[in-house]
Ligand binder design. Structure first.
Ligand code: PTJ
Length: 261
């Protein structure tokens, strides 16, 4: 156990930190992943640590895109595995889509550990381990190594906490990119076709829920959801939400204000 008292006002935030630190000790998360999470936490604080309308709207479009996809692939890195392995495995089963371990700081040892974790959680198909023999054009080796059965031939790729350069390279390959990223200003967030500005621990179940709602709907209706979706509007919504929330707090008094209530 992590020994964090449930009564602590920042209990969940501390639990996620412990999970990441533990996963770093196990060789699943890189030290840089802790820094990346800190940046994410800051944006989570600003949006109110709750799923907002812009994330719901993006998750619905993401679900429609994933259901329409011929070869959807869920990309998994160290942070994603540490924070949301169960949820990612569940999503991959719902979609019958493979998980692919795809790392920014790639080592074969860490790839194997992450794949093992996913399999332990019940994953059926984990790509990117022995089969990462293809390359994403324009990305340096080993950053661009992907599976020919997975990301290389995917038409829709779900990425979480992704580096902007790699998101851009996927777009250049003609893929539709769905990003989970708490920072609406990140290059990944701005580059993706659909950006879910929410914490990965909330975003993955959110997408799964939307898939359950939309599954069985005619393709034409799913197509309309995708057509009607505007990522620029959603990102603007996230920025305006932060601004309005801060303005309200500033007006009503920040000191000892129960944030978000
Ligand atoms: O495991 P690897 O080798 O693939 O490396 C993973 C990291 C995360 C270290 C690597 O992809 C990286 O450096 O990512 P960046 O460029 O720091 O981008 C991470 C983005 O995710 C930032 O925009 C953060 O705001 C965002 N983020 C961090 N924590 C969360 C998050 N988004 C959603 N949920 C989080 N918990």
């Amino acid at each position: 156990g992590h020994g964090i008292p449930r009564s602590h006002p920042r209990y969940w935030s501390l639990v996620l930190r412990e999970r990441l630190v533990e996963a770093m000790r196990e060789g699943i998360v890189v030290p840089q992943g802790l820094i990346a999470h800190g940046r994410g936490e800051c944006f989570d604080y600003l949006i109110g640590e709750e799923t907002q309308w812009f994330a719901r709207e993006a998750a619905r479009a993401a679900a429609a895109l994933l259901l329409l996809a011929e070869h959807p692939v869920i990309s998994v890195n160290g942070n994603a595995a540490a924070l949301a392995a169960d949820e990612l495995v569940r999503l991959s089963k719902l979609l019958d889509a493979p998980l692919e371990v795809n790392l920014f700081y790639r080592t074969e040892e860490r790839v194997r550990r992450i794949a093992e974790l996913l399999r332990r959680k019940g994953a059926r198909r984990v790509l990117g381990v022995e089969d990462a023999t293809a390359r994403i054009p324009g990305l340096p080796h080993p950053r661009g190594m992907v599976s020919p059965e997975g990301i290389l031939r995917a038409d829709v790729v779900l990425v979480a906490l992704e580096d902007g350069d790699r998101a851009e390279a996927l777009r250049r390959m003609g893929k539709r990119v769905i990003a989970i990223d708490l920072n609406p200003l990140s290059r990944t967030a701005r580059m993706a076709d659909v950006t879910i500005v929410d914490n990965i621990v909330r975003a993955v179940p959110l997408i799964a829920g939307e898939i359950e709602k939309l599954r069985g709907r005619p393709r034409s209706e799913l197509g309309e959801i995708v057509q009607g979706y505007d990522n620029n509007r959603v990102l603007a919504g996230a920025l305006l939400h932060i601004r309005e929330r801060l303005e309200k707090l500033a007006r009503e008094g920040v000191a000892l204000n129960p944030l978000g209530e």
